[in-house]
Design a binder for this molecule. Sequence first.
Ligand code: MLT
Length: 323
Amino acid sequence: MARHLMAAAILLMAAAINGAQAEDYPAHTVTIIVPFAAGGPADITARIVADIFNRHLGQKFVVENIGGAGGTIGALRAARAAPDGYTLLSGHLGTNALASAFYPDLGYDPQKDFAAVGLSAEYPELLVVRKDFPANNLNEFVAYARANAAKLNVGHAGLGSVSYIGCLLLNSAIGIKPTLVPFTGTAPVLNAMLGGQIDYECDPVLGTLSQVQAGGVKALAVAAKKRSPMLPDVPTSYEQGFPEFDCAPFYGVFAPSGTPQPVIDRLAEALDKGLGEEQVQKRLSDLGAELIEPGRRGPKPLADLITSESARLLPILKAAAEK
Ligand code: MLT
């Protein structure tokens, strides 16, 4: 009996300490793990989010890039971090919804081991080829790729990354199996493409936007139903007859599950405020993002999206991988 009382008292004390800590949150620097290389879509998005938190929560939020294995190494690190709000993850469709389809021993459960904080942005993917690739639209690309598949190198950010998933959908629609070359993120993929070692990649629009605009690489298709306002001359995959190439990954903020609810609420509130700011919306729009409207902000819409995107995409990916 005495032992039970003692245990109950300890639990109550722990809850009180947690509550007090949540009230002071954030009392010191917070780390946002980006599970991909610096300079790519995940990193750029996370730095916008870190700036929102810095300004609205009055503390430093620093980005730490932990790349590898399609983002799952960094995501695992975040899943295992202390659930105190001082380690967060800037994850995406791959790391926080679909990764378990690619890794039987993932080490974390994308849904159970994370608490959703909120969506940051969504971006349609682009099919981008090296500057001197002998195709200027999707149909020319398909004809060339079918005739030369064995010679082609596709860059991606690791098994299960969104660049991997986008090109899996494209390659299976075309019926080709080129050589897949993994990197720790799509920023290094782009560098390799500029150097001529990679023939093509499928990357959220912000990853290659400035190089597409500068003519360093060519964009042949937007993997969505509508064109990107940032690249109005690039036709969609639908317009060019390949609707299977449809991929617009979400990016969002997550905390290890068990993080106190008041901490999640503070973060979600700050993110909501930031996403409503004009300068943040302009920055995201200039990067080609679909903005997250007020009704889609916060933990629940992100958690719901993970459930619905997993249900929608897992059978499609399975069929694509089996082709
Ligand atoms: C990146 O930031 O490098 C990409 O978003 C990673 C990916 O393709 O999933």
